[in-house]
Design a protein around this ligand. Structure first.
Ligand code: AMP
Length: 119
């Protein structure tokens, strides 16, 4: 899938629409999900134009990959999630239920997250 420059996270990165920012560096942006599914529900996105995790693993540089994973870990640390645990999830494409076509990792925590997936 070609990257859609008008997706909502691209607009957040361009500061055309606001977000509740938690952390930002040259490579990643982390912000609260607008419709939280758990007490803590945060999204971490790379600044590069990647539609999903599959696209990212094929096209990202080693630095982009390293910095994205480090960014996710840094944000979980900022939120204190490592103490009691949390879940990282990334939806990919239609069967994955992805709504926004810019790679994002969801971080869920602050309470028991529950079953891994719906049956
Ligand atoms: P996904 O289904 O994995 O693509 O998840 C997209 C997520 O983005 C959903 O959890 C939405 O609630 C969230 N979302 C959509 N628009 C915004 C926004 N403007 N700010 C923060 N989160 C958003």
């Amino acid at each position: 899938m070609n990257y859609d420059k008008n997706n909502i996270f691209a607009k957040i990165l361009r500061k055309e629409i606001p977000c509740k920012k938690i952390y930002e560096n040259d490579h990643v942006l982390a912000f609260h999900d607008i419709n939280p599914q758990k007490k803590i529900h945060v999204l971490v996105i790379p600044k590069g134009e990647f539609t999903d995790f599959d696209d990212f693993t094929k096209r990202a540089t080693e630095i982009e990959m390293k910095e994205f994973l480090k960014g996710v870990s840094h944000v979980s640390g900022l939120l204190g999630l490592e103490k009691k645990g949390y879940r990282v999830l990334s939806n990919i494409g239609q069967d994955g239920g992805q709504e926004v076509p810019h790679l994002h990792f969801h971080l869920f925590g602050g309470e028991r997250v529950g079953k891994m997936v719906e049956k």
